[in-house]
Design a protein around this ligand. Structure first.
Ligand SMILES: Cc1cc2nc3c(=O)[nH]c(=O)nc-3n(C[C@H](O)[C@H](O)[C@H](O)COP(=O)(O)O)c2cc1C
Length: 169
């Protein structure tokens, strides 16, 4: 029998798919960058993952329809800020529509002006190495030029649509 050359149509609804994906607990990041016109952008993203140690590569994905796409789809650099447990309000703020998500937020400028958020448990400053258009998202692969972390600080976690922090077993 010849192997199928394409996937069968899904046997589940988008809502079921989303709920199943939500069972995969993740950390929470805010991806930030500075556009060519100097505007700062940032959005909450939990699609972050590691790819390679040598060279140091990470990935994350962005909805094609995202308002940040014009900046991130063309820019050379971004920063991935991994949030601490006490940054839940920032995660919510950077997932909502707002005129200026950075108002009152404490940050410094990283490589290419990407905002580095104070209080993050880790920061990865990336040169964007490649982008892959897949479905309704674009996968970004970043080469990490600088990274820092704060050991022992509890991270913000996301599971089933809710925020948590760690609870050692
Ligand atoms: C916990 C959490 C994780 C999210 N992860 C992603 C993600 O990985 N990629 C993405 O495109 N949107 C993600 N979002 C949604 C965006 O943060 C949200 O749509 C935001 O408004 C996009 O901003 P923009 O349109 O200004 O780019 C996530 C939202 C939350 C609350």
């Amino acid at each position: 029998m010849t192997p199928p050359r394409r996937a069968q149509a899904p046997s589940f609804s988008t809502a079921e798919f989303r709920a199943a994906l939500g069972m995969f607990a993740t950390g929470v990041t805010i991806v930030t960058a500075r556009g060519a016109d100097g505007t700062r952008i940032g959005l909450t993203a939990n699609s972050f993952n590691s790819v390679s140690l040598e060279p140091p590569l990470v990935l994350w994905s962005l909805a094609r329809a995202s308002g940040s796409m014009p900046t991130l789809g063309t820019g050379s650099h971004y920063a991935i800020n991994v949030l601490a447990a006490d940054q839940k309000e920032l995660a919510e703020r950077f997932a909502r529509r707002s005129a200026d998500r950075f108002q009152g937020v404490d940050f410094t400028d990283g490589v290419a002006g990407a905002p580095l958020l104070a209080g993050a448990v880790a920061v990865f400053e990336c040169f964007n190495r490649s982008r892959y258009e897949e479905g309704d998202h674009v996968i970004f692969v970043g080469e990490v030029e600088r990274c820092t972390h704060r050991a022992g600080v509890p991270p913000l976690l996301f599971h089933g649509g809710h925020f948590y922090t760690e609870h050692p077993l």
